[in-house]
Ligand binder design. Sequence first.
Ligand code: 4NP
Length: 152
Amino acid sequence: MPAPSILFVCLGNICRSPLAEGIYRHLTEAASEKPVIASAGIGGWHVGNPPDRRSIKVAAAKGIDLAHQRARQVRRDDFVDFDLVVAMDNSNLARLETMMPAEATARLHLFADLAFGTRQDVPDPYYGDLEDFEAVYSMLFSGCSAVVAKFE
Ligand code: 4NP
C-alpha cells in the first residue's frame, strides 16, 4: 500500500500545521515512496505568509526547515485530493466536518486520535511563548512518528 497523502489543518496555518507538515516530511524523507504532504488553515488571515517565526525557530533547532512553506486556506478539492485530512484540535475538526463536500473521499481525523488514540487538542500556541511552541513541537514529533509507523 502506498503511503497515504496527508493534509494537516489548523486555524491559521502558521503555527501548528506547518510544523506538522515539516516534521512529517522530515520523518518520511528516507522512504522510497514519498507521500504528498501539505498543510492548510481553516481561516484565510495569513494566506501567502511563511510560518510564525517561533515555529520556524523550534523546527530549525531540530534541523527542519519550514521557511519556504506558505500558508493557504483549506479548499473543497482538498477533501478529494488527499487521503487523510488531519485536524490539530477538536474545533478545527468540527469546522472541517461542516466544510466536507458530498464528493469527499478523504478520511477526516483528529491528530491525537490518529496518533495516540486520544481526543486531546494540539494546543494553539499563537498567544503563547517559545515554550508553548516547544511543547507543540514535541507533541507533533511523537504523534507524527506514530502516524508514519502506522503506514510503514
Ligand atoms: P495555528 O495558530 O492555527 O496553529 O496556525 C494560529 C495562528 C493565527 C491565529 C490563530 C491561531 N489567528 O487568529 O490569526
